[in-house]
Design a protein around this ligand. Structure first.
Ligand code: BGC
Length: 745
């Protein structure tokens, strides 16, 4: 949310965005909102102000909280979604407290409320911000109908280590893609103008949380200011420009400073540089955890540090409630800081219209959940997110064959929903088995082989016998939902249990084997690829995974998803990402382990940066994904050879569908700044476009990239475009294409 003083600037930006074809947002404060906030503030006691800064997880009976609500000691609750209870909570706050300030009701609505969409990493694989925005709108309409007006989403943490379980909750490794997805989710949750279906977005976790050392959740990060500014902060800045009303601080300490007390990122960057006057909430007890970090002595100490760093609301430490009054009275925290925090909270409540409409219609709320159009949107999201990784001609399948369905994820209604789902019910999930049985009655045999992904059973006679009777084997593998997400990091990324053994047994039958992997992260599947004729990768797909996958397997939908994250050959390669800097010794294809003679003499001469055992490349690069058809790029050209810093680069190219099926390609534009005041990434994504083409059709396309998109924070600490030579690629993934050259003056 932009500050009031930036309102007119926002309007101008909005106008510019709409002119350039991007959708802006009309979310922003107004003088009337500010007047109401100030009036309320002037009527509040210090205790009532501090009460607004307190957020409580509201389990159990509403009556347990009645006294605190009447006294104005709770500003927000989370984790209650029963609309009857929520109306009662609001009634106590609105009708029985002195000032009648409504509650802000929060919930983790991460990839859908009841109708569950693919996990965010899967949504990112669509490279389709408009569809992602639509999904967030669906989530908002279901959640707000029940009284939830604040979601703790989108998670904008750049994640480059698939061991980190929360990689599932974000958009992957790339700053540009993450920013586009974040803006889309903000627009979807909040709507282009605020009304009773608007759910305030909360961009999280600020900041650097995804860079946890070793991929172990909650771990320390050591990001320099330049890395923060060039890689980790831009998605947050973009989402805030798109109107995000709230932000959450993260659990990690960066270079020794826990985010919840990091005045540099919260006060200087977020508030100062970006003019954010929305609500900043801590993560769950992240204030209290500063005591464990060794950054504060007790709850009083950490409360002082958090509020003085610019935090407005405490989620579940209760440190503000118990200590802020004393801290204000002894001068450790100023009244001005408290007033600013409360302003930020009240502003969100006023803008959401909570004072006018604190209650929901319980009957109407029921009708909205799992609405047919919501399920259709969820299905389309899966259809666009599934990535075809291998196809030796077996896909798409023809109907009429005898099918064996097997594997632990074929009929796993809970697990295909993915991580951090609190409201989606497995009874509504359509699994691949269910969808296939409906499509081909009497033609589908089902022998699970393994009952869950960690199942270590090693006898597959029943599955093999069934495979021999079938024309084709569809095996559904992957991870249970609980193996990814918060606090669920892994040190080994191979398929768990006996899944690889099951694949090998199926391969031994000689029948065509088509594998679909459903997981919360990119698993290391290199050893499994030789055992399949085709492989689809579907990050946990949510409620409608089954019908979407059936449509893809049988060619009703042509896969178009692209990897939003590098797929590693082995976990020891982590972290590996496409936009790395060049070393002084870039890889040139060197001697691998088995080619080194015994007792070879040690030398580093001529050697480059790689692993002796795994070389320098991943299994699949960022942006990769096959189709049932083929695409060819030609005639790639730029409108100029030399650009000025305020120019726009116009890239023109022809994309042809050269195969036999209609299909959709995600055309990607990458740029490299060859020489900078600091070393620059070997490639950076700067634009992408989904293009649908009929078989045999070709189209000439134009992509515009403002030269300002090439700006970065260089040696002098200032963000700007540096003059010099650049290269540009247009291709279907980050490892393909021929470079074109241009200059910036
Ligand atoms: C997570 C947040 C989440 C919060 C509330 C924390 O454990 O880190 O992402 O929003 O819980 O459920």
């Amino acid at each position: 949310m932009k500050s009031i003083r930036n309102l007119y600037l926002s309007a101008l930006v909005l106008l510019l965005f709409s002119c350039s074809g991007q959708q802006g947002t009309t979310v922003g404060s107004t003088p009337e909102v500010e007047k109401r906030v100030e009036k309320l503030l002037s009527q509040m006691t210090l205790a009532e102000k501090i009460g607004q800064m307190n957020q409580v997880s509201a389990g159990g009976e509403v009556g347990n909280y009645a006294d605190a609500l009447r006294k104005g000691q709770i500003g927000s609750i989370l984790n209650e979604v029963d609309p009857v209870k929520l109306n009662e909570f609001q009634r106590l706050a609105v009708e029985e407290s002195r000032l009648g300030i409504p509650l802000l009701v929060g919930r983790d609505v991460i990839h859908g409320f009841h109708t569950i969409f693919p996990i965010p990493l899967g949504l990112a694989a669509t490279f389709d911000p408009a569809l992602v925005e639509e999904g967030a709108r669906v989530a908002a309409s279901e959640a707000t109908a029940q009284g939830v007006r604040w979601t703790f989403s989108p998670m904008l943490d750049i994640a480059r280590d698939p061991r980190w379980g929360r990689i599932a909750e974000g958009s992957g490794e790339d700053t540009y893609l993450d920013a586009r997805m974040g803006e889309a989710m903000v627009r979807g949750y909040q709507g282009t103008s605020l009304d009773s279906t608007s759910m305030a977005a909360c961009v999280k976790h600020f900041v650097g949380y995804g860079a946890a050392e070793g991929g172990r959740d909650y771990n320390s990060t050591f990001l320099t200011e330049r890395q923060l500014r060039n890689v980790y902060l831009p998605p947050f800045e973009a989402a805030i420009k798109a109107g995000a009303m709230t932000l959450m601080t993260s659990f990690n300490d960066n270079d020794g400073v826990p985010s919840t007390a990091n005045a540099f990122v919260v006060k200087d960057v977020l508030r100062g540089e970006w003019g954010f006057d929305g609500l900043v909430v801590t993560d769950w007890d992240s204030m209290g955890e500063m005591i464990d970090h060794g950054f504060g002595e007790d709850r009083k100490d950490v409360a002082e540090k958090a509020v003085n760093a610019g935090v407005d609301m405490d989620m579940m430490t209760f440190g503000f409630l118990s200590h802020l009054e004393e801290l204000v009275k002894n001068g450790a925290v100023s009244r001005k800081s408290i007033d600013n925090a409360v302003r930020n909270i009240l502003r969100v409540k006023v803008m959401l219209g909570l004072f006018e409409h604190p209650y929901v219609d319980v009957e109407a709320a029921k009708a909205v959940q799992y609405a047919p159009e919501h399920l259709a949107s969820a299905q389309k999201s899966v259809e666009e997110s599934v990535i075809l990784l291998k196809n030796s001609g077996v896909l798409p399948l023809k109907g009429g064959q005898r099918i064996l369905v097997t594997g632990p994820m074929a009929d796993a209604p809970h697990d295909q929903l993915g991580t951090w789902v609190f409201d989606g019910e497995k009874a509504h999930t359509v699994t691949p088995l269910k969808a296939l049985q409906e499509l081909f009655p009497g033609k589908v045999d089902y022998v699970p082989g393994l009952t869950f992904s960690r199942d270590k059973r090693n006898n597959f006679f029943d599955v093999m016998a069934a495979a021999r009777r079938a024309d084709v084997v569809l095996v559904f593998l992957g991870e249970e939902a609980i193996l990814s997400g918060e606090a669920h990091s892994l040190a080994d990324l191979n398929l768990k249990g006996s899944q690889s053994e099951l694949l090998a047994a199926l391969k031994a039958t000689g029948k065509p084997v088509v594998a679909t992997v459903m997981a919360g992260r990119p698993l290391t599947i290199e050893r499994d690829l030789p055992n399949v004729d085709a492989m689809l990768y579907s990050f946990h797909p949510g409620t409608m995974g089954g019908p979407a996958l059936a449509n893809i397997l049988f060619g009703k939908v042509n896969p178009s998803g692209k990897t939003p994250i590098t797929f590693l050959r082995t976990v020891g390669q982590a972290p590996m990402y496409y936009s790395h800097n060049n070393t002084g010794r870039p890889y040139r294809g060197e001697t691998l382990l088995d080619d080194i003679p015994a007792e070879a003499g040690q030398t580093s001469l001529g050697n480059t940066s790689y692993y002796l055992d795994y070389g320098a490349y991943p299994l699949f690069p960022f942006g990769y994904g096959l189709s049932y058809t083929t695409f060819a790029y030609s005639g790639i050209g730029l409108d100029k050879e030399v650009y000025k810093a305020d120019d726009t680069i116009t890239v023109t190219f022809t994309l042809a569908n050269t195969g036999k099926y209609d299909g959709t390609e995600v055309a990607q534009v990458y740029i490299r700044d060859l020489v900078g005041s600091i070393t620059r990434p070997v490639k950076e994504l700067k634009a992408f476009e989904r293009v649908s083409l009929k078989a045999g059709e070709s189209r000439t396309l134009t992509v515009k990239i403002p030269v300002q998109e090439l700006a970065f924070v260089g040696l002098d600490g200032v963000k700007k475009v540096e003059a010099g030579d650049f290269q540009l690629w247009v291709a279907g993934d980050s490892a393909s294409g021929e470079a074109l050259s241009f200059k910036v003056q």
